[in-house]
Design a protein around this ligand. Structure first.
Ligand code: ZN
Length: 104
């Protein structure tokens, strides 16, 4: 695991982005605080972080009480994160019911 601190934007950028995010109530990049679109949330990268601030590589089991959960990352910050630490979530596909229940 690697420390999440290694990927933080500089403090002035984070402060400015934090003010923006708290006033517009948008989802923001975990590292720099820039706003993220719904498309970025659906198709972008996420990181899994422990309560100790360490990023968790893909495929690593973390006990529930040691996990802080997953956080979205903007495309610029995602480029700085090693591939094995970037997670992608698949947007659930729309399923079509093809069988008419009345025919059974
Ligand atoms: Zn970012």
């Amino acid at each position: 695991m690697i420390s999440a601190d290694a990927f933080q934007a500089d403090p002035e950028v984070r402060r400015a982005n934090y003010r923006r995010s708290t006033h517009n109530h948008v989802d923001v990049c975990f590292f720099c605080g820039r706003g993220l679109t719904q498309s970025a949330l659906d198709r972008g990268s996420w990181v899994h972080m422990t309560v100790g601030g360490m990023l968790v590589p893909r495929g690593t089991e973390v006990p529930d009480d040691e996990s802080q959960g997953c956080f979205p990352v903007g495309s610029e910050c995602a480029r700085r994160i090693p591939a094995e630490y970037r997670l992608r979530f698949t947007v659930p596909a729309v399923t079509t019911v093809t069988d008419d229940p009345d025919t059974f």
